[in-house]
Design a protein around this ligand. Structure first.
Ligand code: GLC
Length: 658
């Protein structure tokens, strides 16, 4: 508290001595309505100062840091892994306050907005709580939990001074070959809209300016999850009605929740790059939907437009971009934008509209009044209370896909359980991409509880043995294989084949051949092809990318909490089925969208319809998925009914055992 009040006192003193703006100027008076503060400030700004507000640079590209003032930079960011030398809450807060002090030393003292990808917790910072990636939150179908996760992320981000997260990702991935599938909630627009709205509310609060909350950013507008073949930054080839039906709902509800920023997407729509589309950025988002915040580009997103860099700047700003994530060569960007305005290639009215939007958000956030870190929050990063909420998210994200025999819940009376697999004792694989570094890493990346550590803590009376490859399982009462993908982010996660490598699956076979019943826990950023696992597994649990709180998995495996998760994506039986989405004319998944067993021992449960998924439409129609046939021998559903307002409208069969 002392540090912050001292800095604020210094700021006010500098106003009094006169070399900085004086408090009597309307834009610096918090009692003045925001719209008047914006107009007053805008009227004082030079073209260079206006262009500075539209320029966002990565912290690592600042040479020297005083360029923040020299170029009147309005925003900085930390791209994935771009952290201060001291990667701690204090190290980030000190860095942020240092940059902010430079920004406030300028003639008009306009504070910086600093953005990070806090997409599953404050995932750049060591020691922060790492939540399940959004695909896991999608499996919870729990908007209150999604809101709470975002609220805690906001508190941990604010405790490091940062005031903006590039989240939530409200993409709707329609092809799981896409490497960013896990960053989104679901293949379903309604689930995406529901949880996206909740996340915006968690990050920002009920309106911008709630102390200790941060600016959210709905991304990536629009159609990022619909590209041909799931190719990252590819081309989304759909008609406008489909684009609106599938990829727009998340933005509609984010705007309803008051989201202050939207990030443009790298992808194209029918061959036109979104970053240059006036129809999409201005026509649809700003004019038709009435979005009043500002649009930021993606990382060097304008560079992908056809033509040279100058024409990229002209086309993207005229299309409706308000801030450009340059993110390194800010000098060239500033020079080209200045030249374009002076040559009347970009009207001043467009510049003023962009700057108005940016300043409005900064005033609404309270940045002019609270420009520095609230150091009272800094110590909260990674707190036990925050971790408990992440643990609940993990619990509710787990989806029980198959259960052949009564192996679940695990008993505390077992003598020995053997644990194996590449995800059993590996916090990096638990967290996935966007964790400490951009791509994440298959190692000890941060503090947290691995699955084997969590199992041991849950059942101290049981002997847990561990091996990576499954050796040593013979004689154990039971085995748990935690296997899955190794971390990736963005296009580096694009895959043409979603089978798990044989080496990763091997421990399951090894333990089964040793005569030990085996529970398989799958760590993945998307549905995978699991036909190589099913014959050996006595149960299969989809755990997605759960983050640091492996205890949530132990909680459910030992039956302290039931399985409640429901698939946020259709689960394909084979690569030939992909793309596969609920609503397809031909729909034969291994497990359908909304599927999830309860793990109940009650034999009647397998006869009575089990609600697999539900969505309530805006007009009140309820869409229910009921499993209406007993589970087949292999644990696969045979068919199920789709009911709207409890009237069966469709009975859909799925692939039987081959
Ligand atoms: C990346 C991603 C975007 C992220 C941005 C800043 O390329 O596309 O999701 O917010 O750059 O790291």
């Amino acid at each position: 508290m002392f540090k912050r009040s001292w800095l604020n006192a210094l700021m006010i003193m500098s106003m009094v001595v006169g070399h900085a703006p004086c408090i009597s100027q309307p834009y610096l008076n918090p009692k003045t309505p925001v719209s008047l503060r914006v107009e007053d400030l805008l009227s004082r700004m030079t073209l260079e100062e206006k262009i500075g507000q539209m320029t966002q640079t990565d912290r690592g590209a600042l040479t020297p840091e005083s360029d923040i003032a020299t170029f009147y930079l309005g925003s900085l960011l930390s791209g994935g892994g771009s952290a201060p030398a001291e990667n701690s809450a204090k190290g980030w807060a000190d860095m942020y306050d240092r940059f902010q002090t430079i920004a406030l030393s300028t003639r008009l003292a306009i504070p910086l907005l600093y953005g990070v990808d806090a997409v599953h917790g404050h995932n750049n910072v060591k020691g922060a709580v790492i939540f399940p990636h959004n695909i896991g939150l999608g499996a919870t179908r729990n908007p209150e939990l999604a809101r709470k996760a975002a609220e805690i992320t906001a508190l941990e981000v604010a405790g490091t001074g940062i005031d903006w997260t590039f989240a939530p990702c409200v993409a709707v991935p329609r092809d799981e070959r896409w490497g960013r599938t896990y960053e989104a909630f679901s293949e379903d627009p309604e689930v995406t809209a529901l949880l996206g709205r909740a996340a915006v509310n968690g990050f920002q609060g009920d309106s911008l300016g709630v102390p200790d909350r941060i600016l959210a950013c709905a991304k990536h507008y629009i159609g990022d999850g619909g590209t041909l073949g799931g190719k990252d930054q590819g081309d989304t080839q759909v008609d406008e009605a489909t684009l609106r039906r599938i990829h727009l709902p998340g933005y509609i509800t984010a705007i309803q929740a008051g989201v202050g920023s939207v990030m443009a997407s790298f992808n194209s729509w029918n061959g036109e790059k979104v970053h240059g589309s006036h129809k999409l950025l201005t026509g649809l988002l700003k004019n038709e939907l009435g979005f009043k915040g500002f649009i930021v580009s993606d990382w060097a997103g304008i560079d992908q437009l056809p033509g040279d860099y100058h024409s990229d700047v002209v086309q993207s700003i005229n299309a409706g971009l308000d801030m450009v994530m340059v993110p390194t060569d800010y000098r060239t960007f500033v020079r080209e934008l200045l030249a374009a305005v002076n040559a009347n290639e970009i009207p001043m009215a467009r510049i003023d509209d962009a700057v108005r939007r940016i300043l409005t958000v900064k005033f609404q956030l309270g940045l002019f009044e609270r420009p520095y870190t609230n150091r009272e929050l800094t110590a909260e990063l990674g707190s036990a209370g925050h971790r408990e909420v992440a643990r609940a998210c993990v619990r509710e994200s787990l989806v029980l896909l198959a259960k052949k025999e009564a192996v679940l819940p695990l008993s505390h009376n077992l003598k020995r359980i053997h644990v194996a697999g590449n995800g059993a004792d590996n916090i990096g694989n638990q967290c996935g991409g966007w964790t400490i570094s951009w791509q994440g890493a298959d190692t000890v990346v941060t503090a947290g509880a691995t699955v084997v550590q969590a199992l041991r803590a849950e059942a101290p009376g049981v002997t847990f043995t561990y091996s990576l490859d499954g050796s040593g399982a013979a004689g154990a009462d039971l085995a748990v294989a935690v296997i899955g993908e190794t971390p990736y982010a963005e296009g580096q996660g694009d895959r043409q084949d979603l089978h798990l490598d044989a080496g990763i699956v091997e421990p399951v076979r090894t333990m089964k051949k040793a005569g030990v019943k085996t529970v398989v826990v799958l760590l993945s950023g998307r549905p995978l092809i699991i036909d190589s696992i099913l014959p050996y597994a006595d149960a299969v649990v989809a755990a997605w990318l759960p983050g640091t709180e492996g205890s949530g998995i132990a909680d459910v495996l030992f039956g302290r909490f039931p399985f409640t998760g429901k698939l946020p994506h259709s689960w394909p039986a084979a690569m030939a089925d992909i793309p596969l989405n609920w609503g397809d004319a031909v729909y034969r998944p291994l497990y359908p969208f909304g599927y999830g067993l309860t793990g109940l021992q009650d034999p009647a449960a397998s006869a009575a319809p089990i609600l697999l998924g539900a969505a309530v439409e805006e007009d009140g129609r309820s869409l229910l998925l009921n499993l209406n046939k007993a589970m087949a021998r292999t644990g696969r559903v045979s068919d199920w009914q789709v009911q709207v307002n409890r009237q069966t409208v469709k009975t859909v069969g799925v692939r039987r055992d081959r």
